[in-house]
Design a binder for this molecule. Structure first.
Ligand code: PLP
Length: 483
């Protein structure tokens, strides 16, 4: 399997899965994609139906990472997807399934269900990919005798998923910046209670944007970055995307009895990583009817899928909402889909994403390409705070099921795209305890708390407060890497 950039650099060069694993963007600023998608035979799809999650992950990953010896990959996926790691299930009987499918009911003739992706250590779907990344990074670094210092900024979900995936991993340290005293007590405790010596929580005296600016400033100091072996784990990482392809297959098998059936998925979306994985599953031959992109008030993607106009927002135009993990101004993985939509024409992709940088967006309405969006199964919708509260209430009273704010955006939009006879699977991206304030507003009760999290806020916390100053962060990193 060879990887190419969406902007065309290095055509004719060879990039394996391991080559691109630790990197971010391609050198021309594009994103990596396989030279072509593996296509499944009917026999393969039939055989996969019976596989447990870890072995399904192995079968899918091996198609994209043929430079890793198969037995080592099998061991790695079995170690990653265990019932011990994905233990925060709401129904004990489901622990072995890793991503259980919870049926809600039938609406407008369509079976409606939730695919639980948030039973991992940080109670958000980002664990599904990040846990694999932790093991892949450790494996690859050991093979080459290298080390890596991950630097990131977080306002919640991503940072904690990264820390729980990298804790105790050989050759890896994590330096995670978060805004001092700006996260919820639960999210703060989740991160800061980690005592592993390779995890460094840095509480910056500023807001999230300040943390992000510091990461950018440090990354732009190329000498420092090289000397300190600084890397990132952001959402454009290819391995993260491909790890997410797995649960579309798992969800499909759980919702159907035969491979002649079709299903639709609704995906609460921000950076387009999750639904991009659904697109790839479909390109591999999974029988997907529709991929429904659900956004919150930050509706960059809904606007595109309704009108063909992609218009990124300024950070000052980005709303802070009650589904904060979908608060984005541009969707960093979107370029991968645009590459496929335009028939894999890197010159046009380059031009369009130059237009994004220079003019703030592009318009595909007139070009005829937009009509092809429907051929790829994509539709969309948008949800706001009132919809979210109303949906949490409705699902709780109708189905006795408590859902988080992001999943509520998904259910709200899924209901606008139901088709009789076609199962609709909404991806559950977080557990309600992470966003307790809105649960209390909607239900006038406390969110459910998985047993492993009782007393979390009382645990001792380990973090370093630093001023909003990139140099001080660099000094801290250098002092703890010994380089
Ligand atoms: C990250 C996240 C999303 C958005 O996923 P993308 O891959 O960025 O589209 C949705 N919900 C939750 C809870 C998340 O943490």
């Amino acid at each position: 399997m060879n990887y190419i950039s969406t902007r065309g650099a290095g055509i004719g060069e060879r990039h394996t899965f391991s080559d691109i694993l630790l990197g971010g963007l391609a050198k021309d600023g594009g994103l990596y994609l396989p030279g072509e998608y593996p296509r499944l035979s009917a026999d393969e799809l039939a055989r996969w139906r019976a596989l447990p999650y870890a072995d399904l992950a192995f079968e899918i990953l091996r198609k994209f990472s043929d430079d890793i010896p198969v037995e080592e990959l099998r061991e790695l996926t079995r170690r990653t997807y265990t019932a011990q790691v994905y233990c925060n299930v709401r129904d004990e009987e489901n622990a072995a399934q890793i991503t259980p499918l919870k049926t809600l009911g039938v609406e407008d003739g369509a079976p409606l269900s939730l695919l639980e992706l948030s039973n991992g250590p940080t109670l958000a779907f980002k664990d599904m990919a990040m846990q694999l990344l932790g093991n892949l990074f450790e494996y690859t670094l050991a093979k080459h005798g290298e080390t890596l210092n991950i630097l990131g900024a977080t306002s919640g979900d991503t940072g904690s998923a990264a820390e729980y995936a990298m804790r105790g991993k050989k050759g890896i340290r994590v330096f995670m910046l978060s805004p001092h005293k700006k996260m919820s007590a639960f999210q703060t405790a989740q991160m800061y209670s980690l005592q592993d010596p390779n995890i460094f929580n840095i509480a910056v005296e500023g807001v999230f944007d300040d943390c992000q600016d510091i990461v950018k400033a440090v990354s732009n100091d190329h000498a420092f970055k090289a000397q300190q072996k600084i890397g990132t784990v952001n959402s454009i990482n290819w391995a993260r995307v491909v790890a997410q392809v797995v649960y579309y297959f798992k969800g499909y098998f759980a919702a159907t009895k035969s491979n002649d059936e079709r299903v639709s998925f609704t995906v609460p979306s921000g950076n387009f990583g999750n639904v991009c994985a659904g697109h790839i599953a479909r390109m591999m031959g999974l029988p997907v009817e529709k991929l429904v992109v659900a956004t919150n008030e930050n509706d960059v993607l809904d606007e595109f899928f309704r009108t063909g106009i992609y218009r990124v927002r300024k950070s000052s135009e980005t709303y802070h909402t009650s589904s904060p993990s979908m608060d984005i101004s541009k969707a960093s993985n979107f370029e991968r889909f645009v590459f496929d939509l335009l028939g894999r024409d890197p010159k046009r992709v380059l031009q369009l994403f130059r237009d994004v940088e220079e003019k703030g967006g592009f318009d595909l309405q007139a070009s005829g390409d937009f009509a092809r969006v429907r051929e790829f199964g994509f539709v969309s919708g948008r949800s706001g705070h009132d919809d979210r509260v109303e949906t949490i209430r409705d699902v709780f009273h109708r189905y006795d099921t408590m859902i988080d704010t992001h999943t509520a955006d998904g259910v709200k939009v899924a209901r606008e795209h139901l088709q009789a006879g076609i199962p609709m699977i909404v991806l559950e991206t977080a557990q309600p305890i992470k966003f307790g304030e809105t649960i209390r507003e909607a239900l006038e009760r406390e969110p459910e708390r998985p047993a492993a999290f009782s007393g979390l806020e009382d645990l001792p916390q380990r973090f370093q407060v630093l001023p909003n100053d990139a140099q001080r962060v660099k000094d801290f990193v250098a002092a703890h890497t010994g380089a």
